[in-house]
Design a protein around this ligand. Structure first.
Ligand SMILES: Cc1cc2nc3c(=O)[nH]c(=O)nc-3n(C[C@H](O)[C@H](O)[C@H](O)COP(=O)(O)O)c2cc1C
Length: 188
């Protein structure tokens, strides 16, 4: 098969899409697909965030975040918190998200996500369009039914990935109307 040379981008497959809470005791949530596992001993996750996001300021100030893994049933939620900014709206209130206290940091977990990973920001690296926040993993919460025989999390067991294969762009896969999303979140 002939190949085409495309403009440089970050095409990968699959792409994880996660919901990141940050901000300590005044939390906000946003959707993030620029996330990577970057070390094992100790475990670190890195997220890349544009400076104009409200979460960027919260990450700088609180120096902590939680990576919450959404289920396919949470796609509308992932769209909503990925297009609306916490600077203008309390997304946690609109979406009636249940929060749970973390064990090692102040930023709460999203109770309805089956896996939550508490991280403290170790360093931040400027990468032109984004800041890469390197997070030291402090604790992992996982629903018991997701654990395999080795005690490791196997997300595919119960839920699979939100957005199926993910997206290389920082936006929902479908063309989406923000007001419709808000109405769905409010259950209207
Ligand atoms: C699927 C998806 C993936 C996204 N990934 C990122 C990302 O990796 N980094 C980023 O800065 N924004 C990303 N965004 C955009 C933010 O989630 C969006 O701008 C959000 O409204 C920011 O919220 P905040 O201003 O409350 O922080 C993504 C959005 C979607 C829908």
């Amino acid at each position: 098969m002939a190949k085409r040379i495309l403009e440089p981008n970050t095409t990968l497959y699959p792409v994880a899409v996660v919901l990141v809470t940050t901000g300590g005791d005044k939390p906000n949530v946003f959707t993030c697909n620029r996330i990577a596992s970057v070390s094992a001993e100790p475990p670190r996750l890195a997220i890349a965030v544009r400076p104009n996001r409200y979460s960027h300021a919260l990450l700088r100030a609180s120096r902590e975040f939680v990576v919450n893994l959404p289920t396919p049933a949470q796609q509308t939620l992932s769209d909503f918190v990925g297009v609306v900014t916490g600077r203008e709206e309390d997304k946690i209130a609109t979406a009636k998200l249940k929060l749970e206290p973390a064990t090692k940091i102040k930023t709460p977990l999203l109770a309805d996500c089956p896996v939550n990973i508490e991280c403290s920001v170790e360093r931040a690296i400027e990468l032109d369009s984004h800041t890469l926040f390197i997070g030291l993993v402090q604790a992992v919460h996982a629903e018991e039914n997701l654990l395999d025989a080795n005690g490791d999390v196997d997300v595919a067991r119960a839920h699979g990935l939100v957005y199926a294969c993910g997206t290389v762009r920082e936006r929902p896969t479908a063309k989406i109307n923000t007001d419709d999303l808000r109405r769905m979140m409010k259950g209207e």
